[in-house]
Design a protein around this ligand. Sequence first.
Ligand SMILES: [Zn+2]
Length: 225
Amino acid sequence: MSTSALSEICFAAGDRRLRDGASLTFFYGPMDCGKSTLALQMDYNHARQGRRGLVLTRNDRSLGAKVTTRIGLSHDAIDVTDDLNLVELVRERWAAEERLDYLICDEACFYTVEQVEQMADLVDVYDVDVFAFGLATDFRSELFPASKRLFELADGVARLQVEVLCWCGRVGQLNARVVGGVVAREGEQVVIGDTGTEGTAAAEEVRYQVLCRRHYRAGDLGPKA
Ligand SMILES: [Zn+2]
């Protein structure tokens, strides 16, 4: 998907607010589909319209309080921990006379279910727009709890598909965890792996690879794996 196409999605989602009041929108897709890039584009578009927002993330690949993208963009972000209350966060900022119109919640699949409920409260009670970005499913192809709740509660959901292809050329859909060269079927739901580099791997190195459904279910990593 081109940057201009991403912008059109951003504006389409942003325009909803003018008609309907604040809204909760969930953008989801596999790894490497440009979610964080779109998150920062969304922030840029709203800021350019004179609106004020906060960027939040969790377990970002930089392992710090930043949203980083593979194409080199980055933005300071609030690191979301289990005990962070999003409503309190906004209320505290307002109490300090900071204006806030929206939240950008990157890596929302790793938030708690309670924090998704807080997103809905921010929209319904406080008229704050919330744009959430994340994976839908984990390495077992099952929904993350927060993503499940977002599907249940969001005003709108949009699937992002930015040219992430399986090795066979089909659309990449599922996030396989590869441990020691084999597609893992069980384990902890969240394990941070090396998602970027190629080359020889240690026997138990954890990495992730986007596969089509057929090859995910077959556990087939392709001829180069
Ligand atoms: Zn495939």
